[in-house]
Design a protein around this ligand. Structure first.
Ligand code: ASP
Ligand code: MG
Length: 406
């Protein structure tokens, strides 16, 4: 007998028939002997609508009241699912965040979970009750309802699984797993049976859309195995686990891309101590997140060029900030280009293998794709290329690392 947290996303509870489908799945697991706690999102589209209403009434809304409104979507689905489960003969009971309670910090609209006391829920499950818990919400130190940021019910589910010491957290979503590359781009992409938490965090192009990043971090911290799967079929999904659980680790697990960055080059920056700090300090103050950075060694010890990337929506703010600091920075010229994409090869296997980067460079060279910037971490190699080659590059790399499904 296992303790399982099942989380169903908006598409899985989009209408009454789907809620009944979810109820049948929960019942099947409970008939098989598992103790199941269910976490649900709002019906798909509902949270968007609630946010829209808030913005219509108050463009610069009070975040506390925003939470009061947007948390209501989940109240509907927990009640309906509890009823659907009761109709199937289960003893089910709904719980809002404050009733568990799920305690959060005071950051309304993007609160972080500080603690869940799983004791009451655990006792309930042991006595044969199926708790149905509202995702996305908690209670802040001010005693008011908080929400965890969009997509937050993944985080609710993993946090609950950690609090219950559950054997697994199953996240039912609208994709049936994590693929070696975005299946919309690579027809030969394969569904991964397992992936490590670290890799999942790096798989931003599809990963971040599949699971809220914070939920993966929590899973990693508390070592909760998280399974991503579909509620519309009975196929196994992808298990997100610790590295030591994966027996045969592939060298490369996946290829990710990100079209959300822009490149900035400062030409003719004085090559002296402190220059990097004086460029990136003001950007940090302006809340700009810098990603890739390259700086060349100057030929004459006098001037150098510096290239880096920022999130595309931050480009204007970045240019303005640098322009204001021009007198201090003394660069000659500034160039920007948002026609770029970052392509990443990800795999914990590359820690212990040489030549992984070279395979990437060769594959891109063969397609005539120019690399503008390179950055690496222990488990990732990223390059910046012209955006129009995104698909070509992802496909070429998918083949080069032997990931194609044939
Ligand atoms: N309903 C919330 C949202 O749409 C939370 C979630 O679905 O995870 O963001
Ligand atoms: Mg979601």
């Amino acid at each position: 007998m296992a303790v399982i947290v099942q989380k169903y996303g908006g598409t899985s509870v989009a209408d009454v028939a789907r809620i009944q489908n979810v109820a049948r799945r929960v019942k099947a697991a409970s008939d098989a002997g598992d103790q199941v706690a269910v976490v649900v999102s709002a019906m798909s589209g509902v949270t968007d609508q609630l946010v829209k209403w808030v913005r219509e009434i108050a463009p610069h809304y009070d975040a506390t009241e925003y939470d009061t409104v947007v948390a209501t979507g989940e109240q509907v689905t927990v009640g309906l699912l509890a009823l659907a489960l009761q109709e199937l003969g289960l003893k089910a009971r709904s719980y809002l965040g404050w009733q568990v309670p799920v305690r959060t910090d005071a950051a309304h609209g993007k609160a972080r979970i500080e603690g869940i006391d799983g004791g009451a829920i655990k006792a309930l499950m042991a006595s044969g009750v199926t708790p149905v818990i509202a995702g996305f919400q908690g209670i802040g130190p001010d005693g008011r309802v908080t929400t965890l940021g969009r997509g937050g019910s993944d985080t609710s589910a993993v946090a609950l699984a950690a609090a219950l010491n559950a054997d697994r957290c199953d996240i039912y979503t609208d994709v049936d797993g994590v693929y070696t590359a975005d299946p919309r781009i690579v027809a030969k992409a394969r569904k991964l049976a397992k992936i490590t938490y670290e890799e999942m965090l790096e798989m931003a192009s599809q990963g971040a859309k599949v699971l809220q990043t914070r939920s993966v971090e929590l899973g990693m911290k508390h070592r909760v195995p998280v399974q991503v799967l579909s509620s519309f079929n009975d196929l196994p999904g992808t298990l997100v686990v610790d590295e030591d659980v994966i027996v045969e680790q592939e060298l490369v697990s996946g290829i990710a891309y990100n079209r959300d960055e822009a490149k900035i080059t400062l030409i003719g920056v004085p090559d002296r101590p402190g220059i990097a700090a004086s460029v990136f300090g003001p950007l940090a103050d302006a809340n700009v997140n810098v990603d890739m950075i390259v700086q060349n060694v100057s030929h004459d010890g006098r001037l150098t060029d510096m290239t880096f990337t920022v999130a595309r929506p931050d480009l204007q703010r970045t240019m303005k900030t640098l322009d204001q600091a021009k007198n201090m920075l003394k660069f000659e010229r500034i160039l920007s280009d948002s026609n770029v994409a970052k392509i990443s090869v990800i795999g914990v296997g590359m820690r212990s293998h040489a030549g992984v980067a070279n395979t990437m460079f060769k594959a891109l060279a063969e397609k005539g794709i120019n690399i503008q910037v390179i950055s690496t971490s222990e488990i990732k190699i990223s390059v910046l290329i012209a955006e129009e080659y995104t698909e070509l590059a992802v496909r070429a790399l998918h083949s080069a690392y032997g990931l194609d499904n044939d």
